[in-house]
Design a protein around this ligand. Sequence first.
Ligand code: KIV
Ligand code: ZN
Length: 516
Amino acid sequence: MSDSLIIFDTTLRDGEQSPGASMTRDEKVRIARSLERMRVDVIEAGFPAASRGDFESVHAVASVIKDSRVCGLARAIEGDIQATADAIKPAEKNRIHTFIATSPIHMQEKLHMTPEQVLERAVWAVKFARQFTDDVEFSPEDAGRSEEDFLCQVIEAVIDAGASTINIPDTVGYNLPGQFGNLIANLRQRIPNSDKAIFSVHCHNDLGMAVANSLSAVLNGARQVECTINGLGERAGNAALEEIVMAVKTRQDIFDCTTRIDTTQIVPTSRLVSNITGFAVQPNKAIVGANAFAHESGIHQDGVIKKRETYEIMRAEDVGWAHNRMVLGKHSGRNAFRTHLKELGIELDSESSLNSAFAKFKELADKKHEIFDEDLQALVTEESTEQDNEMVKLVTLKVCSETGETPMAEVTLNVDGTDMSASMPGGGPVDAAFKAIEAILDCGCKLLLYSVNNITTGTDSQGEVTVRIEKEKRIVNGTGADTDIVIASAKAYLNAMNKMKVDLDRAHPQSSQPPI
Ligand code: KIV
Ligand code: ZN
C-alpha cells in the first residue's frame, strides 16, 4: 500500500507575502473554501500576530473550514504562539506552526542569538505551543543553509518536546534537487527519533528549483509538501501545488505515495487565486496556464486526434479545464444564480449583497449572453470589494478616442460620499482615465504594472485588468473586470488606490525575532 503525501497549502500565508498580494478576510475565506473543496490536508491561513486584521482572517477561516486542518504561523515567541492558539481555536482540526532560524547567517545577523540560545528557544516554543494543541509543526528556518549537525540536534530536541511535523524550509531557494533530497535522507537516518515525526519540505523558487527540490525530498521520505496555488509567494514564489500534485499522480511509477487532492478543482482554484490577488498566470505555466493543453503544430494536433497519449501525459479535464463551461444566461433567475454561486463555494454574507451581485449579473448578461464560472468569480470579487466599504467609487467614465485626435477621459468619482470630476488628455484612453483619476485623488502613486487578460474567450469577453502601484515602499495590486476594458482599467486602478489607503501596519514573520 502506498503512503499518503500530505498537501499543506500556504497560499494564504506565504503566498500572501508576495508584494501586493494581500487579501481581505472574506477573500481568504473564499480561497480557503476552494482549497477545502480541493481536499487540501492542511491550510496555513496566515500569521495571526501580524495585525488585528490577520488575526481575524485566520479566525474566520478556522470558523468555517471543517474538512481541512487549519494552521497558523507563529515565531518562537509567547505573543505569537498565544495569538495563533486563539485564532485557530474554532477549527475542528488545528495546528500551530512555530519556527526559528538555524543557519549561521540568520542566527548571527538577524537574531543575534547563539546556537545554544536558538536550540533552547525552539524547544521552549514547541512545549508552549503543545499546551494549546496536540498538533505542532516546527520549522528550522533557512534549513537549506544550516549546518547538518546543528539541524540534527535541534530537530531531535523539538521532536522530544512534542513536535509531530518537522518542516525543512529552503527559505532562500538555494538548494539543488540532489543535495536537498540527500539532506532529507540524512536527517531521517541520523536523527534517532525521526520516526516519531512526519518530515515536511517548504521550498522557494529563487533558482527555479522549488518543485524539483520538493519532489526529490518526497523520493527521500518527506511525507508533507508545503506549496501554494500557482506557485504564489515572495520573490520567485513557492513550490506550485498543482505541479507537485500532478507530478505525483502522473508518475505513480516513480512515487510510492499518493495525495487525496480532487484534481478537478485545480484550475478553478488557480483562477480564483489569480483573480483575487491580481497575479496573472503566465500562458505557458504548467497545468494551469492557458496554453498548458493547447497544441499548435499540425503534427502534434494530428497525433493528439489519433491518440491523445501521443502528446499528452495528462487529461485537461482531470485538472478542471472542463469546468470552463457556459453556466448561466440572460434569462437565469435569482435562484439559479444563488444556487450556482453555492456550487462554486461562494456564499454572500447578506441578502443585500446577493441582490446587488444579481443586479450586476443581469447587467453583464445583457452585454454578453453566455456567462461562465470565471465571469461569476470576477463579479463576486468586485461585489465583495465594494462591501469592504471602499472609500472611492467610480460613478461615471466617458472616453473619447478617435484617429488623429488626442484621447480624452472625463471621470466622476465618489470620494467619501462627495462626487468629484476631472477631465484629462492622455496617450490613449486608459492613460487619460488614469490621469483624470490622479487629478481628483492626487495620490502620488507610481504605476509598476498594468496588464489586461480576457477572462473567457471572444470579443465580448470581460477584460480583467491588473495594476500594481507603489507609494512609500508599499506595493498593492488592484483588479477590475468589465466588458469595456477602459472601465475595467479604471476599476482596477481605484481598487488598488482604495487598498493603499487602508492602513496595513503588519509585521512580517521573517523580518526579526524579538526576545521572549
Ligand atoms: O520560507 C520559510 O522559511 C518560511 C518559514 C516560516 C516556514 O516560510
Ligand atoms: Zn517560505
